[in-house]
Write a new protein. Sequence first.
Length: 205
Amino acid sequence: MAAIDNPDALTERDLKFNFRSGTPALFLVETFGEWTRRRYDRIQDGAIWNGWLEQIGLPAVTAALSTQDLEKMRDLRRAIYGVAQARVKGLDALPTDVRAINQYAAHPVPVVQLQLDGRARQVPASVTQDEVLALLARDAVELFSGLHADRIRECESHICPVIFVDRSRRGDRHWCSTNCGARHATARYRQRLTEDDSAAEPAED
């Protein structure tokens, strides 16, 4: 996947992780910035990847992460994005994307257990990249085949093509977050003011 031409132009805000889409599989999709515009990767190395996993409550990979491991993540991410886009557009998913998700989902997952105090979780001493990707792929399987499969949306903001799961009671969300909705409302308000000012200007003789 093509990367941004000038990575140094990315800001701290660009690289910040957002969790607006409502499910781990789509959180993974969000780690790639602007699929249809600048196209840049927020996960630039193994340390960032493990930090992201911990933020969404998944166990970090304990073994040293290779370039191939990160490419596997990107491959799964592309496949989930492809199927999600197909859902948004009402199309059948590409068989290659479905096969990729299924292949990653077929791996075993890390077994997380309760500690003896019954209050905290205990992750295995060894967690592989394949096991973590299996968790994300299985979440994608549940998403695309489950109760909310018909509620996968793309944010209607033209500058925020985030794909999210609409879990609202009425199922009529248009925005991935309240911030996007507020920005849209502000932009419409400013446009109306501009139109009103233009209409109030006296015509020239």
